[in-house]
Design a protein around this ligand. Structure first.
Ligand SMILES: C[S@@+](CC[C@H](N)C(=O)[O-])C[C@H]1O[C@@H](n2cnc3c(N)ncnc32)[C@H](O)[C@@H]1O
Length: 288
């Protein structure tokens, strides 16, 4: 078998015919919405790529469910910010599952590509999802008046995840959940840099290991920044690796003003590394 046919085989195996699609859906999820989003084909099948996307979104929706329920208990008109929303699939799914049945709250999708925003807006109109709003602008340009009770970023590219975290921290969002995407910034900053402890240098000597280590370090720093600002952080796997390689869910809940231990840990970690002029560290300095 050539690698091409192997690859095609793998793809075929993950497509789901219409008659079996129901078992891929969450209990209150409609096939009609997924058809409107073009995640299902006209004949109701789920092709391999859409299947992977749906798995990611549904796993995330499931894992965020308890925090979303808690938000609705706490807040009369809660606002969820979907950062780097792309086609806003996640926002549509969360709206159908949580916002539509309760008839309250709002989903705000922020996406830098105007074409995607225009299409998502049209879909929301067709669906009468009138408490979905859309902004086409870079996340870094969000102003403090864009307050959210829940910030979520699914695979927002590179430092866009950091912009979502920074906005959430600055506006004191009670919950921030990110599943980071590809990350290049820290690997780039590590290149050629020498560690304070020379024994650490080999961790990022080879490009492929630098990329992996850079991605890991980025997420460790993200967690510590969130903890420093008083968030309790859990880090878990989103879904099986066969559905996505970008698979780490960082879920942060605001529980206190600041966390001195995390501030110290972050400082000590950064002190052992080459100077890392990371955007997140510039945008969100340690709290005093
Ligand atoms: C990989 S896609 C993920 C989309 C969606 N969250 C999902 O999981 O289906 C990343 C999206 O983030 C958007 N994006 C990248 N940088 C951004 C920024 N600085 N501000 C807003 N959106 C951004 C891209 O245009 C793209 O649509």
């Amino acid at each position: 078998m050539t690698s091409k046919t192997k690859g095609q085989g793998a793809k075929e195996r993950t497509a789901v015919p219409a008659k079996h699609v129901r078992r891929e859906l969450l209990p209150d999820q409609s096939a009609a919405l997924l058809q409107e989003l073009h995640l299902l084909t006209r004949t109701g099948d789920l092709n391999a790529d859409a299947h992977r996307k749906l798995k990611q979104i549904n796993h995330l929706a499931g894992m965020l469910g308890p925090d979303l329920d808690a938000m609705f208990e706490r807040v009369a008109e809660p606002k969820l910010l979907d950062a780097g929303a792309g086609n806003a699939y996640l926002g549509f799914v969360l709206y159908e599952l949580h916002f539509a049945p309760r008839k309250r709250g709002e989903v705000l999708s922020v996406e830098v590509r105007p074409d995607l925003v225009a299409r998502a807006k049209e879909r929301a109109q067709r669906l009468h999802y009138d408490r979905m709003r859309f902004l086409d602008k870079p996340l870094a340009e969000l102003t403090a008046d864009v307050q959210a009770d829940f910030v979520v970023a699914l695979h927002a590219c590179d430092t866009a995840t950091d912009d979502a975290i920074a906005h959430g921290i600055h506006t004191q969002a009670p919950v921030i959940a990110v599943v980071p995407c590809c990350q290049a910034e820290v690997a780039r900053l590590l290149q050629g840099g020498s560690a304070v402890h020379r024994s650490l240098g080999p961790l990022w000597r080879h490009p492929i290991q630098r990329r992996e280590f850079g991605a890991h370090l980025t997420n460790v720093i993200r967690g510590l920044v969130l903890e420093s600002h008083g968030y309790q952080v859990t880090v878990t796997e989103l879904t099986g690796w066969e559905h996505s390689l970008k698979n780490e869910l960082i879920l942060a809940r605001k529980v206190q003003k600041r966390n001195g231990l995390a501030i110290q840990q972050l400082g000590a970690l950064l002190g052992d590394l080459p100077p890392l002029d990371m955007k997140l560290l510039r945008d969100v300095p340690a709290p005093v």
